[in-house]
Design a protein around this ligand. Sequence first.
Ligand code: BGP
Length: 461
Amino acid sequence: ETYRFPKNFWWGSAASGPQTEGASQCDGRKPSIWDYWFSVEPGCFYNEVGPEHTSDFYHRYKQDIKLMKETGHNSFRTSIQWSRLIPDGIGQVNQKAVDFYNNVIDELIANDIEPFLNLYHFDMPMCMQEKGGWESREVIEAYVKFAENCFQLFGDRVKYWFTFNEPIVPVEAGYLYDLHYPRVVDFKRGAQVAHHTIVAHAKAVEVFKKLNIDGKIGIILNLTPSYPRCLDAVDVKAAHIADLFFNRSFLDPVTKGEYPKELIDILRERELLPNVEAEDLSVIKNNPIDILGVNYYQPRRVKAKESPVSEDEAFMPEHLFDPYIMPGRKINPHRGWEICEEVIYDIMIDLRDHYENIPFFISENGMGVEGEEKFRNDEGYIEDDYRIEFIQEHLKWVHKGIGEGANCLGYHLWTFMDNWSWTNAYKNRYGLVEVDLNNNLKRTIKKSGKWYKEVSQNNGF
Ligand code: BGP
């Protein structure tokens, strides 16, 4: 069977500044929370490899963009590091950073690769975290200024803009589950961070529109559709609640301009609503996105709560449902995430039917694998057939969704080249291109990279 995709479909991949650029102390860049956290608690990082150990895109972008070309990219997303562009968070723009991002954009365009720019990928400048991070209104204003600078500096050439990548991750990891700095565990503070992020997003969209930039602006959300253990009403309700907390909490305000009423009710009843200023709801209301990026890795499976939670335990969303481990499900053993390809189709149909068929693209999807060197063949490249299969199986469902009318404009893999990841460092490799950490970061295209080029050239497989 053959699968052909719509004309001008985006084939490419996503990456982020902090995970690829390196040069963390070069040319005026100042620390983000990641640099700071690693300097004080390196033991929280896999093999104690910190954020300065990246693939050095800062110095090797030309070579890397050539490799993008060789792996069939017609588009590529990365992020601008706030702590590089405006090292003090507010004020002076760093000309060296402007030059670097200009060079990257121009090099991409010269290679017919459409640049997609994201403005925030978990990387709060440390000086802004010291002011309270996303708990502070001042930081919202500083972010909006940063965004405005980016639009003015690069908006003449960049047509696709994203305010945040996975804004729920800093909430979950930084304020609920003790996985990222600042390692706070406090639902109410997490809710405040979430609300402020959404306000910052909406204000950035507003500025983008005021500046009349000839382009589209959106946000990238990681959607984890929730499935109940079975169709019993209590399980279905549990799944619905998980969905409100982890998907609709961000998806609804950025598309429909409003938080889901049921979520507000759940929080109000428990006195967990964040502080909201008078203008916040109108700015959210008036600035819906043009385009949505969907990162899809895995579903969430839940069942009704089985054991009661004691009254004096501090609230967590998991008080309202239990995780459910479905027997026989397919798991990526390296990352522990379930692989369930058809969920990508469910997301597409949901967006078609409940979100006015909003234009979107798959902005991340991918497979992290440990110990890939053992698949190196005699010709010296990694034969990652499992990755090819992973991508292909997901693409079949994307194809079906498009056939049924979902407004999907492209597919970006996570990621272009093996890169440093938040707390797992280089444990799990995701790239179409291998980076050899023991040999001067030598780049070698994997079998998947060669295959991806064919898919892109044929606009399908
Ligand atoms: C997404 C992030 C990426 C990337 C990816 C893989 O959530 O946007 O930055 O890291 O997940 O996750 P990990 O590297 O933790 O395996």
